[in-house]
Design a protein around this ligand. Structure first.
Ligand code: ADP
Length: 491
């Protein structure tokens, strides 16, 4: 290993996380786990991505995996042993190591319920580090993502400290602080077998009886990042801090915000085979009409290229500002305005959008499902995309929208604030329409401002469309910020 290090100055980065496009994705974490490793490879890093080998991974990928080895690993108190298989797949220079274990990963979906997920991700975190040692591949940095991998920094400084991988530095990225991996201390203690002092207040302990994986991971990580600068500040306040604001303020010296990008090949209107018509900045205005007509036809909406189509692509949860949308949907929709919703989640939101579809037939479509292809078609066929989130660590949908020449309408929070410059009608600058107060009437005003430019000053709207397509939303700049950080942590 030492010899290899001398000859090779490339940084070795291990990614550990619970989802990654195209194998399994439920939200933005899956996109980042796909795109950031690819961007780091461009910057001459050596990257391996560690993922659970879930049953739901499409067969075509499973067939391409190659067996790298297997071993038994202690996990729980009392030394229960578990099988760890390593199945490997190489795609575009990135090595994906899937951790195989039937007992933990044979369910259809990645996430089940927290009681079952705590053992599952304890196993996964420990097995990923054990697999690095097994393969004799020692990373410089282990980059962990969200609560599912938050035990990794703890394991690195406890069980694995005297082993080769113990030399690595850890980075823990918060993609969404709302999810933390909390359960009773005895359950966590049993499954993780982590030393007793880690269950004290400075680390995992929360309230009287609970252990919190995220809290412990934040304390043990060498560096904490989150996915925008604004969110990095927000999570240190009571409103956004999800009960960890004081803990984060205490650790703020090692907390930085680095905004997400998107993979500009995966999201490329010039080559996107899922679109009715591909387009570039030069012909977006014409071709968007063709995409709009195709979308309207597919979704049973009145076909008319002159109508304003507002898209919404989202997990249906209260994080996403859907209460605001629900409160004003009847007023947004009119003879010239249509709304398309793609999402799944909370049944209350699913049902309310279905209801609006039924009362506004031909003007509203509620497509209650997860559908990657339709998402592409909505990004291309809509004129504007609604992202009125209550909180938004970064948000990717506004970035994808801009890349597809679709104007974002966003609340100024987290990454939405950092990535969408408000339209200024005096200077004719900006990328989208924004609002601040979490209030339905304020969103309504904001949408009306967008409508008045769309219907009254189309030339200015079209200029904004082209301006948005020209914005650099790629990973390039942010990936080099991560690389600088890795270098600072391990010179
Ligand atoms: P979050 O991670 O909070 O869900 P982001 O904006 O960071 O939100 O990322 C959402 C990602 O998931 C985007 O790539 C978006 O296109 C995709 N997405 C969300 N809901 C759906 C859906 N129902 N069908 C297809 N893609 C979806």
């Amino acid at each position: 290993m030492g010899e290899q290090n001398n000859q090779d100055t490339r940084r070795r980065i291990a990614f550990v996380g619970s989802e990654c496009y195209p194998f399994v994705k439920t939200g933005g974490l899956g996109d980042v786990m796909y795109a950031l490793p690819r961007a780091l490879i461009e910057q001459d890093c050596d990257v391996r991505v560690f993922l659970p080998k879930y049953a739901c991974i499409p067969q075509k990928y499973k067939e391409k995996m190659v067996y790298r080895g297997s071993f038994m690993m202690n996990l729980c108190q009392g030394g229960r042993e578990f099988f760890v298989g390593i199945m490997e797949l190489v795609m575009d220079g990135v090595i994906y190591d899937f951790i195989e274990n039937e007992e933990f990963f044979s369910w259809g979906n990645p996430y089940t319920d927290l009681f079952a997920d705590i053992p599952k991700y304890s196993y996964f975190s420990k097995a990923s580090l054990a697999a690095m040692n097994f393969m004799e591949w020692t990373p410089d940095i282990v980059h962990c993502h969200d609560w599912q991998a938050a035990l990794v920094p703890i394991y690195l400084k406890t069980h694995f400290a005297p082993t080769p991988v113990g030399q690595a530095r850890s980075v823990l990225t918060i993609h969404n602080l709302r999810f933390q991996g909390i359960c009773g201390i005895p359950h966590m203690k049993y499954w993780t077998d982590i030393p007793g002092y880690v269950f004290d207040y400075p680390y995992m302990k929360q309230g009287e009886d609970d252990a919190n994986m995220m809290k412990g991971g934040l304390a043990f990580a060498d560096c904490i990042t989150t996915v925008s600068q604004t969110y990095a500040g927000e999570i240190q306040t009571g409103f956004y801090g999800e009960r960890l604001d004081d803990h984060l303020r205490y650790h703020s010296g090692k907390l930085v915000g680095i905004v997400n990008g998107i993979d500009v090949e995966q999201w490329n209107s010039e080559t996107d085979a899922l679109l009715a018509a591909t387009y570039s900045e030069a012909d977006v205005i014409e071709k968007k009409k063709a995409n709009k007509l195709a979308l309207q036809e597919k979704l049973g909406l009145v076909q008319d290229e002159n109508k304003l189509v507002l898209g919404l692509i989202s997990r249906l949860t209260n994080q996403k500002g859907l209460d605001l949308v629900n409160a004003i949907l009847n007023d947004i929709v009119d003879d010239n305005t249509q709304v398309v919703v793609l999402g799944t989640g909370d049944p209350n939101y699913e049902n309310s959008f279905r209801y609006y579809e039924s009362v506004h037939k031909g003007k509203v479509c509620a497509y209650i499902s997860y559908n990657e292809a339709l998402a592409h078609q909505i990004y291309a066929g809509s004129d504007a995309l609604l992202v009125p989130s209550l909180f938004e660590p970064c948000g990717l949908t506004q970035l994808i929208a801009m890349r597809y020449g679709t104007i974002p309408i966003v609340r100024e929070t987290g990454g939405l604030k950092d990535t969408v410059q408000p339209y200024n009608e005096n200077t004719n600058e900006g990328n989208g329409f924004t609002f601040i107060d979490y209030d339905p009437s304020v969103l309504f005003d904001c949408i009306n401002r967008a409508k008045s430019v769309y219907f009254g000053e189309r030339e200015r709207w079209d200029e904004m469309v082209r301006r948005d397509m020209a914005v650099d939303v790629s990973w390039k700049k942010s990936a080099s910020e991560y690389l600088d950080l890795y270098k600072k942590l391990k010179g």
